[in-house]
Design a protein around this ligand. Structure first.
Ligand code: MLT
Ligand code: ZN
Length: 458
């Protein structure tokens, strides 16, 4: 009997798929570099089935790729080498909303948007948000410590995890932190699993902290001439109002989005860069938003701007930023997701610009990102005359020089997308050899037969 038939005997043939289209789609994430080629896709419906799959994989030396919404951007969920994909699609139940604890407990396959909606229905708020919230899943968010557009105000996914239930690479079931707010009882394994990219175990359930919904907000888009001005505008906004989001994009990004979706530009004056700012306000503070605008104009930091006058207008302005990633996806972008401390941002951006001009003189470069968190997404679009492999190997080369620069600034080669397959070679620019060796030792404890997410992260 072949291995897939044996597996079907363990968890039921209705939970195993090896049809070509599913193998291909479940074998890839949102990177456009690799093609999927797993042996089979399995869909556990219970923790018992999940544990049986992991025990089976250990027994028959099968490699396992945990799989959520596959919206990742670094190849963390790619299965291109006869692995078994374990999809969490069928473990998708919201188990409890606890109003006393202000928490929600959900299986790993619940989408981010379902969490947001369930919270809102109970007059609460789950603040982790990004463009792919409709398809990204809770388990994947946690495994990659997802960031998004609200980090400046609310932090990353890590800040919102009260408890986790996981099956480790050796098949043990762990209940981590038991959803407690205070729990000083030694090593907190919950935090080890957050951001571990499916290399230690598979998260099957999580309890997330919810909070008060934010007050109404105003969204502004400002045009600026120089990177450095963005940082000055950020300082002014922070000094005068509660900043919920501070994003930026370059004119190329705006033109691509406006062109693809027939949106209106925010105003007629073209600028090299734009800041999108969401300011939380009450009616009294609306005045202050105009004061922020005037101060930025007086200090010659912004060339033009728009302040939303309605919820619809605020949403339309957000689309200009949120639709960038999806728009660029069709042009096979090579993605850099880098960060430094805010205080070093202006100098860092200067140095990155010079490096980019020198190394990519003829490529289309698209800058955008979460400048308020010190995080920029540097996307290089694939020229038509290069094959995917030629393009990747050229950009990988430039990434080494970028890595040196990041290391000099003590920054990160991956601020929020993760390491996966894409950035493994650059990890050494952000983490020391000792740290990487410690990570390898930790992996051996939780996944002694190295079955989980082979080749990713370390
Ligand atoms: C974003 O900020 O839009 C996301 O991280 C996705 C991307 O970088 O493309
Ligand atoms: Zn981002």
């Amino acid at each position: 009997m072949d291995i897939v038939s044996r597996l079907a005997g363990v968890i039921g043939s209705e939970n195993v798929s090896y049809c070509d289209s599913e193998l291909q789609s479940y074998g890839v994430d949102r990177t456009t570099i690799w093609e999927g080629n797993p042996k089979a896709v399995v869909f556990p419906r219970s923790v018992k089935q999940l544990q049986d799959i992991i025990l089976f994989a250990n027994k028959y030396s099968l490699k396992v790729v945990p799989s959520g919404g596959r919206t990742g951007l670094c190849g963390g969920a790619v299965a291109n080498n006869s692995e078994l994909v374990v999809s969490m699609d069928k473990m998708n139940i919201i188990k409890e909303i606890n109003l006393d604890d202000r928490s929600i407990t959900a299986e790993a396959g619940v989408t981010t948007q379902q969490i947001q909606v369930a919270a809102a229905e109970n007059h609460l708020f789950y603040p982790v948000d990004f463009a792919s919230s409709g398809s990204s899943q809770v388990g994947g968010n946690i495994a990659t410590n997802a960031g998004g557009i609200n980090v400046i105000r609310y932090g990353m996914t890590r800040n919102w995890i009260l408890g986790l239930r996981v099956v480790t690479g050796s098949g043990d079931i762990l209940n981590l932190n038991k959803s407690l707010v205070k729990n000083n009882t030694g090593y907190d394994f919950r935090h080890l699993f957050i951001g571990s990219e499916g290399t230690l175990g598979i998260i099957y359930e999580a309890t997330l902290q919810l909070t008060e919904p934010p007050k109404p907000s105003t969204v502004c888009v400002f045009g600026v001439e120089k990177f450095a001005y963005l940082i000055e505008v950020l300082k002014i906004c922070k000094s005068m109002l509660q900043v919920n989001a501070f994003e930026f994009f370059c004119n190329n990004a705006l033109s691509r989005v406006v062109g693809a979706h027939q949106y209106q530009r925010p105003f007629d004056t073209e600028s090299p860069f734009y800041a999108l700012v969401e300011l939380e306000n009450t009616e009294i503070e609306t005045e202050t938003v105009f004061e922020v605008y005037s101060k930025c104009v007086d200090e010659k930091l912004i060339t033009d701007g728009v302040i939303s006058q309605s919820i619809d207008q605020a949403r339309a302005l957000w689309r200009l930023r949120e639709d960038i990633s999806e728009t660029l996806w069709h042009f096979q972008p090579y993605k850099n997701d880098i960060s430094v401390r805010i205080s070093k941002m202006a100098d860092f951006l200067n140095d990155v610009s010079q490096l980019i001009q020198k190394n990519y003189p003829d490529f289309e470069i698209i800058w955008y990102g979460h400048i308020g968190d010190g995080n920029i997404h540097l996307n290089i679009l694939k020229p038509k005359n290069l094959s995917t492999l030629q393009f990747k190997s050229f950009c990988d080369g430039v990434s080494m020089s970028l890595g040196e620069l990041i290391s000099k600034y003590e920054g990160s080669i991956s601020a929020e997308h993760g390491v996966g397959l894409l950035k493994k070679e650059s990890l050494r620019f952000s983490r020391s050899e000792d740290e990487i060796n410690l990570m390898k030792s930790i992996k051996k404890i939780f996944d002694p037969n190295a079955i989980l997410n082979p080749g990713k992260l370390i």
